[in-house]
Ligand binder design. Structure first.
Ligand SMILES: *Cc1c(COP(=O)(O)O)cnc(C)c1O
Length: 347
């Protein structure tokens, strides 16, 4: 059935970003496809990335790993960033999925099911997941990748980056011959001294720029569009939407469009007052509150009809800019798009 809101994913743009990140870093790209490929559809994006040459992928959860194995077949190498906890170790092992071992309990759980290929996370200062360098285990059978994660990669001048790099370089001396994975997307842009053996980008593949802002080197991949459900003229003095969130000081023409917070459009996009959309070649403001299912857009002076499309983010309104207006980051804009919104693929 016809869907009035849609997330269109340009797989050719995804492929270009994959090539760009490889070129910028000079290293093999091992994509992060957690959270359903940042909301774009993990199976579709990973399948295309595999066709572009990627072999190794990262997800966050064991369940995501199992789903990805089914989508990609036996050839893909899949790491689970969470590691293995509870009774997951046996399931992951049976599916040929590699946990990233974050602490001693996980190492014990993996060993208990016979071990095998896995990764190891060193915490170099983020204090989130992984062994502190002084607690890192001795090299062990099956260890194929050692990684850490940058806390401030989107702030190139932040001294924390250099501290983490130095800590990682020191900690990995213990594991000669084991592949070292350091940079996320923004980390790819930090310069040659932040390169180890492979890179582990997510958002840059999906159209988010380094330093949390739009960058001409990164192509837009995901476009969220919604159709106009109704148009109307609102006289001066009347209001639009819940809580009279917008009051017309002069007459305005309004398009009510089929997307709201239940589609994943961040509600703060409306309350910030700086929310905008792209419609008929122009940037236009969102009027008042974002409702559950609809928004109102100022189309004064435009010839907009029912059924026309507006763009919430995409090639014309970059996801980083849309995120800023909503007081959030591109990651949340993309991963918030709900299952109610069908994904359509180009390429
Ligand atoms: C999500 C994640 C990444 C990818 O980060 P981006 O900023 O999206 O490139 C890499 N490594 C770890 C550990 C992550 O959790």
């Amino acid at each position: 059935m016809h869907a009035p809101a849609r997330l269109t994913v340009d797989l050719n743009a995804l492929a270009r970003n994959y090539q760009t990140l490889g070129r910028v870093s000079g290293l093999p790209v091992q994509p992060v496809v957690k959270a359903d490929g940042y909301g774009l559809g993990a199976a579709a994006v990973a399948t295309r990335l595999m066709a572009e040459g990627a072999r190794t992928f990262f997800v966050a959860r064991g369940t995501e790993g199992i789903a990805l194995r089914e989508a990609l077949g036996p050839e893909a190498v899949i790491y689970v960033l969470d590691g293995c906890h509870g009774d997951q170790a046996a399931t992951l092992k049976a599916a040929g999925i590699r946990p990233v071992i974050n602490h001693g309990q996980q190492q014990a759980a993996w060993t208990a099911v016979g071990g095998g290929p896995c990764g190891l996370q060193i915490d170099t200062g983020m204090n989130r997941l992984g062994f502190r360098p002084e607690d890192a285990p001795e090299p062990f059978e099956g260890l194929e990748l050692v990684m850490t994660h940058l806390a401030c990669a989107d702030e190139p001048s932040e001294p924390m980056n250099t501290r983490q790099r130095d800590a990682f370089a020191a900690a990995t001396l213990k594991y000669p011959g084991v592949t070292r994975s350091f940079a996320n997307s923004s980390g790819c842009f930090l310069g040659p001294e932040f390169r180890f053996d492979v890179v582990r980008p997510g958002i840059g593949l999906y159209g988010g720029g380094p330093e949390a802002k739009a960058d001409p080197r990164i192509a837009a991949v995901a476009t969220l569009t919604a159709e106009v459900l109704q148009t109307r003229d609102v006289p001066a003095g009347e209001s639009v939407g819940y809580s009279r969130g917008f009051i017309a000081e002069t007459p305005v023409r309004v398009a009510t469009c089929a997307t709201g917070y239940a589609d994943g459009l961040i509600r703060a996009t409306g309350t910030s007052g700086s929310g905008q959309v792209w419609v008929h070649g122009e940037t236009r403001r969102i009027l008042g509150r974002v409702s559950m299912d609809v928004i109102a857009v100022d189309i004064t002076g435009l010839d907009v009809a029912v059924g026309d499309s507006i763009e919430l983010f995409g090639a014309n309104r970059l996801v980083d800019d849309a995120a800023k207006a909503a007081g959030t980051i591109s990651y949340e804009m993309l991963t918030s798009v709900m299952p109610r919104v069908p994904r359509a693929y180009i390429g």
